[in-house]
Structure formats: structure tokens, C-alpha cells
Design a binder for this molecule. Structure first.
Ligand code: ARG
Length: 593
């Protein structure tokens, strides 16, 4: 819909500037809405036309802007054209604007609004592989893994909505010395019957409450890590166990497999609560033997050098003086994290023929991925150009009431408990079928919005009270607005009508919402370019503020039928876009709260 107007304006410009519309469209954008201030609908940035060589770079850009404005004549669609500062402003005929923007919401919910826009259709489509979450089995899950999980899920959702075939991959840290420790620990302190009945509790789970109670037996994970600090014998046993694993010793492998299965099953349960899923559970272990082949190939390409310490390295320095090397082989002949990553990337390309691959991890791995892409490129894989790392900052202070976060599940439980508590204080739980489920969805939405509001690269401090506020820019506010709209729509179901009279919607608070919706496809385009969810989050928060104002000023009940019908259509459109946007972010909109 927004495109329709953009096209009309571009055609007008094309006639005056004698340039194809395609060249002019990128300089046109919907104007951000300010409350209590009327704004035009679109603006043309004259600076962009100058940058693209469409207009000469003269001394006075304002003069040029005014000159161009004078040559453009308003018509029945574009009602007003005026010169702003360095920009030409366009205002669409009000009735037409409202008619066209609200038309798509004839059916109860429109889940594709904006997605088929001409603007988004210019994007290349293909197979997008998104690798995210990727926790380390037998090591701690940390807040970074939660961030990776929700960010990766958002990117995958977005890419899918934009028409790509998406492969969602979880690359488990399922190999390494930690399995030596866990294996040796299990042989010493473990029990097969406990592993069978209560696997996770037995292996890993430990919350401070169980520790302080001192009644429960401490888990294998805790015990072995504690012991290993001062027990060289145990450390030797761990090394032995891991060596056996590398040599494919049947017993060691079967124990490892059980540890892995147990953990994956547990994660799946939590991912389900988060509304996240994976098409593939891959992992470092799967690329063990391929990693050795990688080393051989690097050697045959003349890329493998031996360092003073006897390790195998690739020289990545531009001058070839070994001032920047990447180790791919230990002196004992075993491979490293990066070696497995090289093998994994090549394997994925062959298997999935991706057109782009996106890795989501914290920023401490930025160098790792840079080296990975460099080595891939040097090894004759031009597709390394289509690989991208999305780095994110640290979360500080993510704690639960009982202390440190050990499992992802702890965070979700905490979000749910706190939200439930807030809801019962506000006495909203009584009408809900399943208050716990609602609290969970709202709580998760709050976590996501807090995480996505700023640039991903920024660190932030976690604060439960702040993220769960019902007012202010939080996920709770998005959910609350959505639930309120659902209730309004439901209460006025009798006003459901195929037709509405666009001329009845003239109030500034209504116009602002419609103008804001003009930006939706531009916002998605921005997200898909820099892979930052903040554009969408801020768009939705703004939408909710505009909805709140319209809700106050434009009552549906009690208004003349045709006015009420038209207002209801406005709220229905807002509700659809809000819900669609929330789903892209990975939030399940609630209908009541
Ligand atoms: N398991 C790793 C970690 O927790 C993240 C894996 C990232 N992906 C990769 N292909 N290296 O640090």
C-alpha cells in the first residue's frame, strides 16, 4: 500500500527530473510520526539525489529543493507538495490514504501485511542458514546463549517472512575436554540408576537452594569440577577419557552420547517454552574427522605453516610475516574449535547450498569469525563472502531470586513467577483460563524487548523490575496493548463490516496511526539489512503509544454506526500489524492479560 503511493510520487518526479522511477524510489521514504504535530506522509531527500548524481551538487541545496518543489504539481492523489529543509514533502489525499491502508484488513487478521511490498521484493531470496543458540553441553549455559537464541530466532523469522528458505541450526559445543571431566566424574561419582531416573539433576542441575540445604547429593558436574582443582589423578583420568572418546572407544562414546541426548532433550523442552525450534541439531563432534581433512587441504594448498611451538598455523597477516596467525592444529595433532568450524562451514555449503549463512554469538568471538571467513576465502571458497557474524554485547547481572543462573529454564521460571505476581497484584488473573501460560508469554516478551531495544552490540544491565513494567517501553506494554485491542475488537464484533467509510476518519490520532503504518515495510527492510531488531521494536512501541492515544480519543462503542465501523477497522489493522511484528520478534501475542 505504501508502495502504491511511493510509485505515484516517483512517477511524478520522473517526469520532472527525466530519470527512471527506479532511481528515484530509494530517495523517498515515509516520514516518522510525531504526536500532536501534523506531518507530511513522504519525503524526498534532495541530498540523496545529489549523491546519486541525479541533481548537480550546487552551493545552495535549499534553493534546489524549492526549485524542484515548484516544478511538481499536486493532483488528486498527492494533494500537497511543499519544501522542507533539504527535502520535498508530500501529503496524500486523506481519504485515499486511509482507504488504501486499511483495505487489507478486511479479514480478521492479515498476517502478510507489508511483506509483499515492492520495496521488500527488491531483496534477493535464497537459502538462509542461521546458526544460533549453540550452547556447550556439559558446560554452563549463560545469558549469552539466551541472547543468541532469541536473536537468531528473530533473524530466522524475518528471513523466512521475507521469502527465503531458512535452515535453523543449533551448533552444539558437544566436544572437548569438558566431556573428559564429565566422563571421568561419572565413572567416579555417578550412578546409572540416577542417570536413568533423574538425568539432569544427577549430572548438572544445582541451584543454590539445593546446595544450602546440604541434604541433596551434589551433582556430578559440580563434584568433578571441584575435585579436579586439587586432584591431579582425576585430571589425568579426564584426559584419558577424552582420548578414548577421540579414539572412538565404544564405551566412552556411548556414555558421551547419553550425556548429549539428555541435554538436547532438556534444551528442546526449554526452546519450546521460548517458541524457538531448530531444523538441525548439529555440533562440533560431527566435524571431528572432517577437521583433520581440512588440515590436509590447507597443507596441500600451501597454507599450513608450523609455528615455533610446533603447532599448525595459517598465516593471515597481509605481509606474510606471520604477525597474525591462526592456530588450526595443536602440537599433539588434535584439532581446535576453529578447525571444526572450517569443516562445518564447508559441509553446510555442500549440504544446504545456502546463499547466505549467519552466525549469532557474543562479540568476544568476532575475531574468531573474521579468521574463519578469511581462511575459507583463502581456501578457495568465494562463498565466504556470503557468511556473516552477528555479534552482541554482554548482559550483566542476570540473576534469579535464588542466585546465579545455571540453566536457561531458571530465567524463564523467574520471568513467569514475577509476571504472575505482578498480574495477581493487578487482579487480572481471575479472568484468565491459564494465568501461568499468559504470565509466561508476557514474561518472555519482556525479556525479548529488553534485549532488542538497543543496538545488539551494546552491553546492558539486567533488571527484572524495569523490564516487567506495564507502562513504559517494555514487552509488557506491547502485550497489554495487544490484549486491549483484542478485547475491544471482540466487544464490538457486531460492527464487523466489509466496507468502511474512509472519510469518517479525520482525527489526528487516527491519521498518525495510518501514517505510521506506511513505514512498516521500510522498517523491515532496515532490519533485514543490518539484522538489528531495534528498528522493529521501536516501531512497535511507537505504534502502541499511538494506539493508546487513539483508544482514548476515538471511542467505538456509542459512536454512530458508520463511525464506529471505521474506527474498528483502524484498530483491527493496528492489532494485526502489532501481532505480526511481535511474532517476528519471537513474542507470542496474548489475547487477554
Ligand atoms: N558453542 C559456542 C559457545 O558457546 C558457540 C558456537 C558458535 N558457533 C560456531 N559455529 N562457532 O561459545
Amino acid at each position: 500500500m505504501a508502495c502504491l503511493f511511493r510509485r505515484t510520487i516517483a512517477a511524478k518526479l520522473s517526469r520532472v527530473l527525466q530519470q527512471p522511477e527506479e532511481l528515484l524510489l530509494p530517495a523517498l521514504s515515509a516520514v516518522p510520526v510525531f504526536r500532536k504535530q501534523q506531518t507530511p506522509d513522504f519525503k524526498l531527500l534532495v541530498s540523496l539525489l545529489r549523491l546519486n548524481g541525479i541533481l548537480p551538487i550546487t552551493e545552495d541545496i535549499q534553493l534546489q529543493t524549492e526549485d524542484l518543489t515548484r516544478q511538481l504539481k499536486p493532483d488528486t492523489v498527492v494533494e500537497d507538495i511543499s519544501a522542507g529543509s533539504g527535502a520535498v514533502n508530500f501529503t496524500i489525499n486523506r481519504k485515499l490514504l486511509i482507504q488504501k491502508m486499511l483495505e487489507p484488513f478486511e479479514s480478521e487478521s492479515n498476517t502478510t501485511f507489508g511483506l509483499n511490498s515492492e520495496l521488500l521484493n527488491t531483496l534477493k531470496r535464497g537459502v538462509t542458514l542461521v546458526e544460533y543458540s549453540s550452547p556447550n553441553i556439559a558446560k554452563k549455559f549463560h545469558a549469552g546463549h539466551l541472547r543468541s537464541t532469541i536473536i537468531g530466532n528473530f533473524i530466522a523469522n524475518l528471513k523466512q517472512a521475507l521469502g527465503n528458505n531458512v535452515v535453523r541450526m543449533n551448533y552444539l559445543g558437544d566436544w572437548g575436554m569438558q566431556f573428559g571431566l564429565l566422563g571421568a566424574g561419572f565413572i567416579r561419582f555417578g550412578s546409572h540408576s540416577k542417570l536413568k531416573n533423574n538425568p539432569l539433576q544427577h549430572l548438572f542441575e544445582v541451584s543454590s537452594s539445593t546446595l544450602s540445604a546440604k541434604t541433596c547429593s551434589v551433582t556430578v558436574y559440580v563434584q568433578v569440577n571441584r575435585e579436579a582443582e586439587h586432584n591431579e589423578n582425576l585430571r589425568q583420568e579426564a584426559r584419558d577419557f577424552f582420548r578414548k572418546l577421540e579414539e572412538h572407544d565404544a564405551e566412552a562414546v556411548s556414555l558421551w552420547q547419553r550425556f548429549r541426548d539428555i541435554t538436547v532433550e532438556e534444551y528442546q523442552h526449554v526452546y519450546k517454552r521460548l517458541g524457538v525450534h531448530f531444523d538441525v541439531y548439529s555440533g562440533e563432534s560431527l566435524h571431528q574427522s572432517q577437521a583433520l581433512e581440512v588440515v590436509q587441504q590447507l597443507q596441500s594448498r600451501g597454507l599450513l605453516k608450523t609455528s615455533d611451538k610446533g603447532t599448525g598455523v595459517v598465516d593471515l597477516s597481509s605481509s606474510g610475516d606471520m604477525s597474525n596467525v591462526c592456530t588450526v592444529l595443536r602440537s599433539d595433532g588434535t584439532t581446535l574449535y576453529i578447525t571444526r568450524d572450517i569443516a562445518a562451514a564447508v559441509d553446510r555449503k555442500e549440504r544446504y547450498h545456502f546463499t547466505e549463512m549467519i552466525y549469532v554469538t557474543d562479540k568476544s568471538q568476532a575475531n574468531h569469525f573474521q579468521q574463519l571467513f578469511q581462511i575459507l576465502s583463502a581456501s578457495g571458497h568465494p562463498w565466504s563472502e556470503s557468511c556473516r557474524h552477528v555479534p552482541f554485547g554482554l548482559v550483566k547481572g542476570m540473576k534469579t531470586r535464588t542466585g546465579e543462573v545455571v540453566f536457561l529454564e531458571d530465567v524463564l521460571d523467574e520471568a513467569r513467577t514475577r509476571m504472575l505476581h505482578n498480574m495477581s497484584r493487578a487482579q487480572t488473573t481471575k479472568e484468565l483460563e491459564d494465568p501461568e501460560d499468559t504470565a509466561e508469554k508476557v514474561g518472555i516478551g519482556a525479556l525479548i524487548v529488553q534485549d532488542f531495544k538497543g543496538p545488539l552490540l551494546s552491553d546492558y544491565s539486567f533488571d527484572w523490575d524495569r523490564i516487567l513494567q506495564a507502562q513504559g517501553d517494555t514487552g509488557v506494554f506491547l502485550q497489554y496493548t495487544h490484549a486491549r485491542l483484542c478485547s475491544l475488537l471482540q466487544k464490538n464484533e457486531d460492527l464487523e463490516a466489509a466496507h468502511f467509510d474512509a472519510s469518517l476518519l479525520t482525527e489526528p490520532s487516527a491519521i498518525s496511526i495510518v501514517q505510521h503504518l506506511l513505514r512498516y515495510d521500510e522498517v523491515l527492510l532496515q532490519c533485514s539489512q543490518d539484522l538489528q531488531p531495534k528498528h522493529l521494536v521501536n516501531f512497535l512501541l511507537k505504534l502502541c503509544h499511538l494506539i493508546a492515544a487513539a483508544h482514548r480519543e476515538l471511542p467505538v462503542k456509542g459512536s454512530p454506526v458508520q463511525v464506529a465501523q471505521t474506527r474498528r477497522r483502524l484498530f483491527r489493522g493496528s492489532c494485526s500489524v502489532l501481532a505480526n511484528g511481535m511474532r517476528l520478534l519471537g513474542i507470542t501475542p496474548v489475547h487477554k492479560m
